[in-house]
Design a protein around this ligand. Structure first.
Ligand SMILES: Nc1nc2c(ncn2[C@@H]2O[C@H](COP(=O)(O)OP(=O)(O)O)[C@@H](O)[C@H]2O)c(=O)[nH]1
Ligand SMILES: [Mg+2]
Ligand SMILES: [Zn+2]
Length: 328
């Protein structure tokens, strides 16, 4: 048996397979595949990850080979298995390096709120395009519905948003981490697949939801107290929690936006499912649904079969797609 370095891994000397639960710079928590026992590990210094321009070659959700002599605090990661997908964002410094938020996701839950803070459809659509491009099915979770119930305008906004995304084919859940409304449905949706990620703006209640779903964790949550009504950054790194059902749940720090590292402008429309579904009905096989004649997408928008706001967000993304393929 060999690893990527072509050095023999001694059978019985503790070569194991695991999944990264947490990474804080050079230190990793790895859950052993079968026993789920957690090992503290460093990364082998000579581990080569051919030509990636990433600030973190190992991320939460990565499946790795590691060695340990039985001590749970002194593991060594020797190999990373190929990723089936990875959510990437531009690194905080201005270099072209990217930062992998999490890898090998089976489902994303985009947590959004109508108020405190409000989530725009522009932000939701950028997230959905990214998730579609990576092939990660996404469920929309509107949290803080207890607040919505107190305002007629917010109720209308929530109904509008729910319909917008249901029309586009997405599952939409309405929940409140505070009152418990909708949590059984959220729990059921999560248990259905392996590695689940909660994402969304800072302050929308991701960590509070995880505390509700996994009692006993008692993670720190943020107060919506500063002047912008955006929660404080209480979650600094993505972190993954094992679920009793066998799956995992990832809490991510509030994100401002994701980069679409491998996406081309001309392919953007492939990642709006309801738009892409009509492409074969457009006159031109390479229709971009802008000003082309006999465009089935534009007539569907006119007939109310495709939501105008989704279509306008598509046009906006297309027009403002910058050279770095990055969203802000
Ligand atoms: N009213 C209300 N407040 C909530 C709800 N869920 C979370 N919060 C509050 O929103 C703030 C931010 O929550 P947090 O979980 O830290 O958000 P995160 O940044 O997405 O992890 C905290 O003060 C929570 O108590 C909810 O369903 N209703
Ligand atoms: Mg949080
Ligand atoms: Zn068209």
């Amino acid at each position: 048996m060999t690893n990527q370095r072509d050095e023999p891994v001694q059978e019985g000397a503790g070569a194991m397979r695991g999944i990264i639960l947490r990474s804080t710079g050079s230190w990793y928590q790895v859950s052993e595949w079968n026993s789920r026992a957690v090992y503290g590990c460093r990364a082998g210094g000579r581990m080569r990850l051919n030509g990636e321009r990433s600030t973190n070659p190992l991320a939460v959700g990565d499946i790795v080979q590691f060695e340990s002599n039985g001590q749970t605090e002194a593991g060594l990661i020797t190999e990373r298995e190929e990723r089936k997908n990875a959510i990437v964002r531009r690194s905080v410094n201005l270099s072209k390096e990217s930062h992998v938020v999490a890898a090998n996701l089976d489902r994303a839950f985009l947590v959004a709120t109508i108020s405190q803070p409000s989530t725009s459809t522009g932000f939701i659509d950028r997230f959905l395009v990214t998730a579609e491009a990576y092939g990660i099915p996404t469920t929309l979770v509107f949290n803080k519905c207890d607040l919505v119930a107190a305002s007629e305008r917010d109720e209308e906004a929530l109904s509008y948003m729910s319909e917008l995304y249901q029309m586009a084919g997405y599952d939409v859940l309405r929940v409140s981490a505070q009152t418990g409304e909708g949590l059984p449905e959220l729990r059921a949706a999560i248990a259905a697949s392996g590695v689940n990620m909660l994402s969304g703006h800072s302050g929308v209640g991701k960590t509070t939801l995880i505390n509700q779903l996994l009692p006993g964790l008692e993670l720190r949550t943020g107060d919506v107290s500063d002047s912008h009504q955006k929660g404080k950054h209480t979650t600094t790194y993505a972190e993954m929690f094992p679920l009793p059902s066998g799956g995992y749940l990832i809490d991510t720090p509030g994100i401002k936006g994701f980069g679409l590292v491998q996406l081309e402008k001309e392919h953007l429309h492939h990642y709006f499912p309801e738009i892409f579904a009509l492409l074969s009905s457009c006159k031109f096989h390479n229709c971009l649904h802008r000003a082309e004649p006999k465009c089935a997408v534009r007539s569907a928008v006119e007939q109310g079969m495709i939501a105008e706001e989704r279509y306008l967000n598509y046009l906006d993304l297309y027009e403002n797609f910058d050279a770095d393929n990055q969203y802000r």
